[in-house]
Write a protein that binds this ligand. Structure first.
Ligand code: ARG
Length: 266
């Protein structure tokens, strides 16, 4: 009898613990609404999605992801606060509670989905290789990069993509995309791996760089989506509504194009 009671109690305790932790998350939408503010984690060195520029003489974070965040803020009727950090800290900031949501050109890979909730995707991405323009003809395949230096962004999916494809190269992760571009530009590295929409802007601004004709495999799971802490069911539903209506009006492509124009203009 005692044993039965004991295990019944344990089941109850267990159930209420589960209920509690589910509650905590179910509340993250309410929590955001209560504080009247949503904190968005991003790494603003990734034009046209997020980058810094002078707006009326003031250093401001702008870009397609910023517009997306603002639309979410409007839908939730809360202020939007951007929390800038390096990309390798963006997802972790959701776990530590530093940010409520992460919008940073994040690919919603299966691996990441185990640890975070993701919205529907809002942008299809494609990986490309950038090299010095004068050398584009020298590089015809991955083997041509054996014993050469390839740079990728730290914490990005390109770390693995580079490892899987450039079997004989020395791959170095760097914190910022700008650093990667400088390394290739000055010849310290021979190639970088980046997504096309971002690489295009850098090629436009750095005339000695070009996108290589060597193709990298692309995966549908690498499309960009918004990341949230696990258990963000209600928040995800709201965010998906915003994405759906922006997509319907083709607004996201407009955001990307406008931000691109602004980023290459400087
Ligand atoms: N899509 C890639 C990833 O999720 C790179 C994203 C980098 N974003 C940034 N703001 N630097 O791993």
């Amino acid at each position: 009898m005692k044993k039965v009671l004991l295990s019944a109690t344990m089941v109850l305790v267990g159930a209420s613990l589960v209920a509690c932790s589910a509650d905590k998350h179910a509340d993250n939408l309410a929590k955001i609404e209560d504080k009247g503010k949503i904190v968005v984690a991003m790494s603003p060195e990734f034009a046209p999605f997020e980058f810094k520029t002078l707006v009326k003489g003031k250093d401001t974070i702008v870009g397609a992801d910023v517009e997306l965040a603002k639309a979410i803020g409007e839908e939730l009727k809360v202020d939007v606060e951007f929390s800038a950090m390096s990309f390798d800290n963006v997802l972790a900031s959701l776990k530590s509670g530093k940010a409520d949501i992460a919008i940073s050109g994040i690919s919603a890979t299966k691996e990441r989905q185990k640890a975070y909730d993701f919205s529907d995707s809002y942008y299809e991405s494609k990986n490309v290789i950038m090299v010095q323009k004068a050398k584009t003809q020298d590089y015809k395949g991955f083997k041509d990069f054996d014993n050469q230096a390839v740079v990728v962004q730290k914490g990005s999916i390109q770390e693995k993509i580079a490892k899987d494809n450039f079997k004989g190269a020395n791959i170095t992760p760097l914190t910022k995309v700008g650093e990667m571009v400088t390394e290739v530009s000055n010849g310290k590295a021979q190639a970088l791996v980046l997504e096309e929409a971002i690489a295009k802007g850098y090629a436009e601004k750095n005339k000695n760089l070009a996108i290589s004709t060597i193709e990298l495999p692309s995966d549908d799971a690498d499309a960009y989506a918004i990341a949230m802490p696990k258990g963000s069911k209600k928040l995800t539903k709201k965010v998906n509504e915003v994405i759906k209506s922006l997509k319907k009006e083709d607004k996201i492509n407009t955001f990307v194009q406008e931000a691109y124009d602004l980023s290459v203009k400087e």
